[in-house]
Design a protein around this ligand. Structure first.
Ligand SMILES: Cc1cc2nc3c(=O)[nH]c(=O)nc-3n(C[C@H](O)[C@H](O)[C@H](O)COP(=O)(O)OP(=O)(O)OC[C@H]3O[C@@H](n4cnc5c(N)ncnc54)[C@H](O)[C@@H]3O)c2cc1C
Ligand code: FES
Length: 498
């Protein structure tokens, strides 16, 4: 398989490293523990600390190393074409609330950046959904009508500042973009200065409840005692009655970064064509960069990831003449049946454990509004978005679990392992059980039980990122089976197939 040009790493992670924080090294006691160091967890910890709560923020791996570290980082309430569908599902008032919640999130981020003078490339600009072929103009027009009903500033436009042919476009005015890792490292500094405790490489493993007292177990030998815990772990680290597993679906999208000879035109863009393409500009010192992505698919489906990156590369070449790919990466997200995230009590009536999840690929502004909502719920302040994001709201329909497996025939194991290049994997069935073979960079061969250690779905090989991806709830394991993301807490089991 041809090697892709550039680093298999997010542009944001390549261009900002931030301060390193320690691992939990003693038992601690705080008012609230926030689990997960992405935008949801960091902003929640910030708002709570700002209100005088003592907080601990626990991150299993590296801060801003999850989906937030690989997002496109558009701060936009234009979530592709969502408002027309939302009006159909719940009426104009509900769609308007969703818009206002995201606008609130955008303004909260802007205020925070201004208040703390965080240098993170925040730029206000318009947001566009466009169609190159014109086949989807009707969809854009329906969405424009929804904008009018809701009172969103924008609508159909002929003046799209792009050099290539666009048949129709819908603009939403005054949206923005940032460098997410720079922004959140700035917020982490503020949490630190307010006395918040921040830990990396400290995985939450479970909660013991003793009356009002919660004791959180971690993968260190130390615990965190607290009154409330917020699970901001992309997929919730607890899943009572499998509600979250049964109603959310994981998706994966792919992004690339290209060096560009000039500043990229203003605006953040996504197409409504098939295949969809998303793009925005970015800077690395004097270097101009274009972030281009798309190819969203159910996590762990069978198609080659390398082919997906190739398709994006081709688009960047054809439409922008860009060929210098400096990075490529994949990220994961969870979708909900009504396109609204779940932000609130993990279960009805629980005022100690909260979740923030299911952002449907548009969590940057929603997480900011959600972080304020969680801080309000914990400190007993009313919040007008409580019902909008309430995980216990009634849902239109439930997703059906898909735990389908590929049916590889068993072949000679030794031959299969020998044929593998370093960094490649293969899979087969033995007595009906799916087994993965991975050859690491030192040519060691690892045999893995491909049942995800979360709830047992079959993981599948992602050749572009060299990971095992679970299609059920989005756990991601490296080639050797170690957990990289998702609800799984344990690595894939090693097996001896001989
Ligand atoms: C390719 C892509 C592009 C996107 N582009 C945009 C965009 O332009 N605009 C937009 O609004 N949204 C966008 N989104 C969505 C947005 O990026 C996400 O909704 C958002 O980043 C989610 O943030 P989070 O903090 O909830 O999750 P994450 O950033 O994933 O953070 C969760 C953290 O929890 C940690 N964790 C997990 N389990 C544990 C545990 N047991 N103990 C301790 N820590 C744990 C993880 O390591 C991780 O760091 C995009 C999504 C994708 C996939
Ligand atoms: S992530 Fe839930 S079964 Fe794999």
């Amino acid at each position: 398989m041809e090697k892709l040009q550039g680093e298999n790493r997010s542009f944001w992670k390549m261009t900002e490293h931030g301060v390193s924080y320690p691992k939990l090294a003693q038992d601690i006691e705080v008012d609230t523990a926030v689990i997960g160091g992405g935008i949801s967890g960091i902003l929640t910890a910030y708002f709570l600390a700002k209100r005088g709560k003592s907080v601990a923020l626990l991150e299993a791996r590296e801060l801003v190393g999850g989906t937030t570290g690989g997002t496109t980082a558009k701060l936009s309430s234009q979530h592709e074409l969502i408002y027309d569908k939302m009006i159909e599902l719940g009426g104009v008032e509900l769609a308007k609330q969703y818009y206002e919640a995201n606008q609130t999130g955008l303004r909260l981020i802007e205020e925070l950046i201004t208040e703390h003078a965080i240098h993170c490339g925040f730029e206000e600009m318009d947001s566009y959904v466009f169609s190159q072929h014109g086949t989807n103009t009707q969809n854009l027009e329906k969405e424009a009508a929804a904008y009018e009903m809701i009172g969103i500033e924008g609508g159909m436009t002929d003046s799209v500042p792009l050099d290539f042919n666009v048949a129709s476009a819908l603009v939403m005015k005054d949206q923005a973009q940032i460098h997410p890792v720079k922004f959140l490292h700035g917020v982490l500094r503020e949490i630190d200065q307010m006395g918040g405790r921040i830990y990396q490489h400290t995985k939450y493993m479970g909660t013991e409840r003793n009356g009002e007292q919660l004791t959180l177990q971690t993968d260190t030998q130390f615990t965190v005692s607290c009154r409330q815990v917020v699970l901001a772990t992309l997929f919730p680290a607890e899943d009572p009655h499998s509600f979250y597993s049964n109603t959310m679906k994981p998706v994966t999208s792919h992004l690339t970064a290209f060096a560009s000879p000039q500043t990229f035109v203003k605006g953040v863009y996504i197409s409504d064509d098939a295949p969809k393409r998303t793009f925005r500009g970015a800077q690395d010192g004097d270097r101009h960069v274009l972030i281009v992505g798309g190819e969203t698919h159910p996590t762990g489906d069978a198609k080659s990831t390398i082919e997906r990156y190739e398709a994006i590369r081709q688009f960047a070449k054809e439409e922008f003449g860009l060929t210098d790919m400096i990075g490529y990466w994949s990220e994961h997200e969870l979708t909900t049946p009504d396109m609204r995230p779940y932000i609130g009590p993990i279960e009805e009536g629980d005022d100690q454990m909260y979740v923030m999840t299911g952002y449907n690929k548009w969590g940057m502004t929603a997480a900011a509004a959600g972080a304020q909502l969680i801080a309000d719920l914990i400190t007993g302040k009313p919040n007008r978005f409580e019902e909008l994001f309430n995980p216990q709201r009634s849902l239109p329909e439930k997703n059906k679990e898909d735990s389908g497996q590929s049916n590889d025939a068993f072949k000679s194991l030794l031959q299969r392992a020998e044929r593998l290049e370093k960094g490649q994997a293969d899979q087969f069935k033995q007595n009906g059980k799916p087994i993965g073979i991975y050859k690491d960079l030192n040519s060691n061969v690892h045999y893995l039980d491909l049942h995800c250690t979360h709830l047992g779905c079959g993981v599948r090989w992602n050749d572009g990122d060299q990971t095992w991806d679970c299609p059920c709830h989005g756990s991601i394991f490296d080639g050797t089976g170690e957990v990289l993301a998702g609800p799984a807490k344990q690595p894939l089991k090693k097996v001896n197939p001989y």
